[in-house]
Design a protein. Structure first.
Length: 108
């Protein structure tokens, strides 16, 4: 009797790769949308928008000190959101990316 190769490590690797691809695509969509709608004065805030992926989480944002005042507003300034609106505007597209990633695993 011939033993079949254990495919579990291959399956785990494939799942991890699909997850990473989907998270990166989602991050780039939100990042790209935010850079299109962020208010620009000097361009510093726009140029600083980036993403980071840690495990199953994606962070899109900036390290510019005044970024939160632009996004949420301040005592003398109305909010001019760019991160949250980009996320909300791309919600359907992000869901489609995640679903497509899951469908890509159907060959396991």
């Amino acid at each position: 009797m011939k033993l079949k190769k254990n495919r579990i490590p291959d399956a785990i690797k494939m799942i991890q790769e699909e997850k990473e691809k989907a998270l990166l695509k989602a991050a780039l969509i939100v990042e790209g949308g935010a850079t299109k709608i962020v208010p620009v004065d000097t361009g510093r805030l726009k140029a600083s928008i980036t993403h980071r992926i840690e495990g199953d989480k994606v962070y899109v944002g900036t390290n510019v000190v005044y970024a939160a005042k632009i996004e949420y507003g301040g005592s003398k300034k109305a909010p001019q959101g760019y991160l949250r609106p980009s996320l909300y505007a791309n919600d359907k597209k992000i869901r489609e990316i995640l679903i497509a990633g899951l469908k890509g695993l159907s060959g396991l």
